[in-house]
Design a protein. Structure first.
Length: 202
């Protein structure tokens, strides 16, 4: 799989635009309290499709729009979202990702931002993975895999693995299916087709 990385994060509004640039490798955001570390995390999460209960900030501070540029090879995609809206716009030079202004945060929408992230990973928009040990499948979602892409500061001092989902409603089978697909391009075609219970659990 080709490398994908965030090149730039921007917030704009009535104030002077603010930008932060990232490198191609692992990025650690560190600094004293109240210097904006959590804002950066929340802005990226918002562009990953977080709902409006998790808005990174109130527009009254002078910023109302967040944009992020992701790079893959020599091409890019810019994802933009206004605070309080469930619609994102995408500007893309990547094959298979259409530039348009009506991507929804809902995974099952006709034009979902999840389709964009799946395309970045080389996956079809309706790709499914095993959800439980009964062989049932659900749509691959970027937000299920998000915890492997970025880690909140509150989780860095936890005992045990920090790259595992914290939500109890995400089954282990569902999460590990995502991980196996992204890391090893795991083929799950036999998972639901084989009735043998021994072949159903990951």
């Amino acid at each position: 799989m080709n490398r994908i990385y965030i090149e730039k994060l921007s917030v704009t509004g009535t104030k002077t635009p603010s930008h932060i640039e990232f490198g191609k490798n692992l990025t650690i955001i560190a600094g004293p309290s109240d210097t904006g570390k959590s804002y950066i995390y929340k802005c990226i999460d918002y562009l990953f499709g977080a709902n409006n209960k998790n808005k990174p900030f109130d527009p009254s501070i002078g910023y109302d729009t967040i944009s992020m540029k992701l790079v893959k090879d020599d091409n890019y995609v810019v994802i933009t979202r206004k605070i309080g809206r469930n619609i994102l716009s995408v500007e893309s030079t990547i094959d298979g990702i259409e530039s348009r202004s009506d991507y929804s945060i809902k995974p099952d929408a006709v034009h979902s931002i999840n389709h964009v992230y799946c395309a970045l990973l080389g996956l079809p928009k309706d790709y499914t993975v095993p959800f439980n040990d009964r062989g049932e499948e659900k749509r691959f979602t970027w937000r299920t895999f998000k915890c492997c892409v970025m880690v909140h500061e509150d989780h860095t001092e936890m005992e045990g693995p920090i790259l595992l989902p914290k939500k109890t409603d995400i089954s282990k089978t569902f999460f590990y299916s995502h991980l196996l697909k992204v890391l090893y391009d795991q083929d799950f075609s036999a998972y639901s087709a084989n009735p043998d219970e021994q072949n159903k659990a990951i």
